[in-house]
Write a protein that binds this ligand. Sequence first.
Ligand code: CUA
Length: 369
Amino acid sequence: MRAWALRLVFALLMLNTVQLVQLPAAAGRAAELAPICSPSVQDPSALGRVEVSAQASGQASTSIFDPATSQTRTIRSLSWLVLGICALIALVVEGVLLWTIIRYRSRGPARGQPEPAQVYGSGPIELAWTVVPCVIVFVLTLATIRSIRELAPDEAPPGSLKVSVIGHQWWWEYRYEESGVVTANELVVPVGRSIWLTLESADVIHSWWVPRLAGKIDVVPNWKNTLWFNTELQGTYLGQCAEYCGTQHANMYLRVDIVSPEEFERWVVAQRAEPAANPQMAAGHDIFLANACANCHSVAGMSDGRFGPDLTHLMSRATIGSGIALLDADTLRAWVKDPQTLKPGCNMPSLQLDEGELDALVAWLGGLR
Ligand code: CUA
């Protein structure tokens, strides 16, 4: 009887070892489940009046257990299945291990117990620790394949809103295929529609991940990936670049605004309009064109830079620096004065403008609505 119990314990311990080898996918999955970290807090005193807050004006939840689309509900179900199976295995293995440690602990030589019967090879046990993990992996594989098939169709569903996403160090460019709208960092989409993203990178590998809306997808140079989700609830959804891409990786936030179809139409019309010329702000306009600004930034009808975010309707956005701060006159001024203070290492240099030039430039930029 005791020999059988020992055999069973030995078998379960071996099963535990086999699992560690066979279930790395499950372990990786669990690591992905950790909620993404809160935004890095920089020293606010260095920024004057600028308040750095990535979660600014957005719903803070970035949990995959709080899905807002059918796609993320599928991901949640799969995650619970994987977590559940792994938790059950852990419970059984650790439970039997604990029971054995206590039940068969040394009671000292004085009690004179003989050495337990030694086990060398056992057909049934070896069969068990081979078949059981195989069945578990098979079940997990089938469930994963089913989810992947549902989450990654080969083609855009009919009627999808198609948007190209380009990852840059360290911001996001969005180009709407039908309307031609180009914007940065804040994706605006209508509710009740399929959104089909085609993603590529201008430099290194990034990863687009808004946990409540869709799965995570790598954004790779010279390669197009696609991602699909249905918008069901209006609101603001936050995310973050999920692939280390350099010093400001942690400040490469994602923001998706799901609005009503009417509001979306108004937004598209506004985004397609050329910025109104304001003769009172001609000085700022001249500074923009005379300095390096125009080489990197597009403003419709004035400049055609592609290196930095399109500024045609800059002030229609809620945040600056890919979500590191709320966009207002103060943060805009601090950013233009020295972007390296807000986002050290970013590709925009300080232009060393004097205070008067800075005021004029910021006043003109502030009119780009
Ligand atoms: Cu882009 Cu990390």
